[in-house]
Design a protein around this ligand. Structure first.
Ligand code: 1JT
Length: 259
């Protein structure tokens, strides 16, 4: 078969696998099927344990597994210099990281605290800029960076609150980064994924309602899967999307087009 993807034996950094349901794990599975080399970063010890178990029980292999705390510039610098040392060239980065205090997703948006706002922005949005800056020196053959977003960035989705504002900043950052890094042939895009039951969605009281509404009303009349997000991510990381940058690509059964 002709190799249209051109990801085989290339090096991809995947940030944000917390467990089997993580979107980042979906991306890992798709990249692995296509023959890519995978480098994982984690923050929590718990995520490291889960990731190790996933790597044991599947045929997905890791070239490297490193700690990286995206709230800490030094930690990001250290992780990427270790990756650069061992892998040499980085061809792609998957940013699948977001966090906010649970009270900021439960309370009314008007009660968002200054600290909660800053924390959501720092973890979920600024981190992409810091990661792109540290990855760039190693992306000497050009490449692709993707981030994960959600419809709540542009529309009011009840309860998404401070995360919606953080994702709005993330989507805008994708566009400014695409402009900056374009001359190095590094593309930057976001996937706006439909609602999927991940660890992040746990504890969202209205989540089942959201899933049902999508089944009833979205053009495809069903919810999307982690694998579908993984496959579009693969496309955005691959040579197939070489003319696309600064874009927000929806993998959401078409739900976002509804009026
Ligand atoms: C975070 C959380 C980021 C949940 C997220 C997320 N991106 C998507 N989701 C799922 C979701 C969450 C809510 C929602 C709709 C979808 C939680 C931890 C912080 C990061 O509201 C209707 C709240």
């Amino acid at each position: 078969m002709i190799d249209l993807l051109k990801v085989k034996d290339k090096n991809f950094v995947i940030m944000g696998v917390a467990n089997e349901r993580s979107l980042a794990w979906g991306v890992a599975k798709s990249l692995h099927q296509a023959g890519a080399n995978l480098i994982f970063t984690y923050r929590k010890e718990r995520s490291y344990t889960k990731l190790t178990k996933l790597l044991e029980k599947t045929d997905v292999e890791a070239q490297q597994v490193l700690a990286c705390d995206v709230n800490d510039d030094e930690s990001i610098k250290k992780a990427f210099s270790k990756i650069g040392e061992e892998a040499g060239i980085i061809h792609g980065v998957v940013h699948s990281i977001a966090f906010a205090h649970s009270e900021d997703l439960k309370n009314n948006f008007v009660n968002t605290t200054r600290e909660g706002y800053a924390f959501a922005q720092d973890t979920s949005s600024y981190s992409l800029i810091a990661v792109a800056r540290e990855a760039q020196p190693f992306m000497t053959e050009g490449g692709s960076i993707i981030a994960m977003s959600y419809l709540g960035a542009e529309r009011v989705v009840e309860g998404y609150n401070v995360m919606g504002v953080a994702k709005a900043a993330l989507e805008s950052s994708v566009k400014y980064l695409a402009m900056d890094l374009g001359s190095s042939n590094i593309r930057v895009n976001a996937i706006s994924a439909g609602a999927i039951k991940t660890l992040a969605a746990k504890g969202v009281p209205s989540f089942n309602e959201i899933l049902h509404k999508i089944e009833e009303t979205a053009p495809l009349k069903r919810n999307v899967t982690q694998e579908e997000v993984g496959d579009m991510s693969l496309a955005m990381l691959s040579n197939l999307s070489r003319g696309v940058t600064g874009e927000i690509v929806y993998v959401d059964s078409g739900y976002n087009i509804l009026g």
